[in-house]
Design a protein around this ligand. Structure first.
Ligand code: LLP
Length: 420
């Protein structure tokens, strides 16, 4: 459930009319609902309430806006970060270093050192050499790095290939059968406190079965590691729960997920860690856009909007569906293609879709744009970087400015030898 709804025929974000934000900030603009973030954070936590020890690390890659992070810090969430840039955001939002997990297949030595110095709570190791380097960096500094090994359980998550991470041919994690040997070799290193294992098999999962299969394998690994004499106090179960994008999509509820986790992890006697991203952020944001033209097409008209693939990349990258509705629908429908102004055919949000009838100048929203939306935006075609607005009740604020094309241009220069 989210807080984007029609009131007297007009789309609101909580108690603020979308049209009012568009008039003030311009379009395209992302609008987030703080109450929806809070609700999702609570529902996810409640879904896990049967579990004895839980640590929640919001995967901030989904939506790293610092105001959003502040809301989630308020809700007691830590962060899963994948770069020092993300770590700095989590800290800037008031999250505690010990509540931060550092994931990622390509953490550089400089990033490992910066995260050690910041005192973050857990490093999720992706390969043995990373563990050796981290141990040395920590030891040199008189520190001990808390770490787990991310294993690749070789499970097909049944999601889009580009966001699937748990099959053995993917770049992520250590093959599960190699994890015990790696554990033996790393566990004794000074500077490293190896506490357990992690896995994350993919994103936008519509079915709990692959997660259950992965977690069952992790359970066997935990037993094997303990039998080999290792102390295992943490298991990080990653993120991945899907959200509904299309009307009629049915996704597993956090409560069903929690029940499955409780069943599979019974008796593990560890602190369970979770890295939810999309399930917290997805339906907490929309992308507001204005119709520039309705251009006649061969089969259907093209609704050309002022948002493009550089603002919301998911349709171009993953053929993702984002619901498109008018801010002030007039009750009529049309079948249309929806596209942005960028000069490539991939800049298409939908083909042959039945939508609210719109004409140029009308406002519309793409729903479920709170996760992997603004954070994946670029300035392709020298378009400004899209701004973000956070609403809570009747209040709203611009929480990220529109970065003008001129500002971006001002960071570039023509070298001496090309100056006339
Ligand atoms: N933990 C790790 C280690 C991850 O790699 C990810 C997402 C998450 C947690 C959070 O997963 P979530 O709960 O959001 O499914 N840009 C793509 C999604 C990429 C997901 C990357 N990793 C999209 O727009 O669909």
């Amino acid at each position: 459930m989210d807080h984007f709804h029609y009131r007297d025929g007009e789309m609101f974000a909580e108690d603020v009319a979308i049209a009012q934000i568009a008039a003030e900030v311009g379009t395209p603009v992302y609008v987030y609902s703080a109450s929806t973030f809070r609700r999702h954070a609570r529902v996810f936590r409640e879904g896990l309430s049967a579990l004895p020890r839980v640590h929640l690390a919001y995967a901030i890659k989904a939506n790293p806006n610092v105001a959003v992070l502040r809301v989630l810090a308020d809700e007691g969430y830590g962060a899963d970060v994948v770069s020092v840039g993300e770590m700095r955001r989590a800290l800037a939002a008031g999250m505690k270093p010990q509540d931060i997990v550092f994931s990622g297949v390509g953490k550089t030595r400089a990033e490992l050192a910066a995260a050690l110095e910041a005192g973050i709570g857990q490093f999720n190791l992706e390969l043995e050499e990373e563990g050796v380097v981290l141990a040395a960096l920590a030891h040199e500094r008189g520190l001990t790095a808390p770490a787990v090994i991310r294993v690749n359980p070789d499970v097909d998550a049944g999601t889009h290939a580009k966001i699937s991470t748990g099959r053995k041919e993917n770049k992520f994690g250590v093959p599960i059968d190699q994890a015990p040997g790696m554990f033996d070799r790393l566990a004794g290193l000074p500077g490293l406190d190896l506490r357990g294992v992690a896995c994350h098999i993919g994103s936008q999962l519509g079915d709990l079965a692959p997660l259950e299969a992965a977690y069952a394998r992790i359970g066997e690994l935990v037993a094997e590691l303990r039998a080999a004499g290792h102390g295992i106090s943490r298991v990080d179960l990653g993120g991945g729960l899907g959200v509904p994008y299309k009307p009629g999509d049915v996704m597993p509820e956090p409560a069903a997920y929690g029940a499955m986790v409780a069943r599979v992890t019974q008796g593990w006697d560890v602190e369970l860690m979770f890295e939810p991203g999309r399930v917290i952020a997805g339906n907490a944001g929309v992308l507001v856009t204005e119709v520039v033209w309705v251009k006649p097409g061969v089969a259907n008209p093209y609704v050309i909007v002022d948002a493009a693939m550089n603002d919301l990349a998911r349709p171009a990258l993953y053929d993702a569906y984002h619901d498109f509705v008018a801010v002030r629908p007039n009750g009529e429908k049309m079948t249309a293609n929806i596209a942005g102004p960028v000069c490539e055919t991939g800049d298409t949000f939908a083909m042959n879709r039945e939508i609210d009838k719109v004409v140029s100048g009308d406002l519309a929203i793409f729903r479920t744009a709170g996760a992997y939306g603004a954070t994946m935006a670029s300035t392709y075609n020298s378009r400004p970087l899209v701004p973000e607005v956070l609403v809570e009740g009747e209040r709203y604020a611009v929480v990220a400015d529109r970065i003008a094309a001129e500002t971006i241009l001002s960071a570039e220069r023509v070298p001496d030898w090309l100056q006339k």
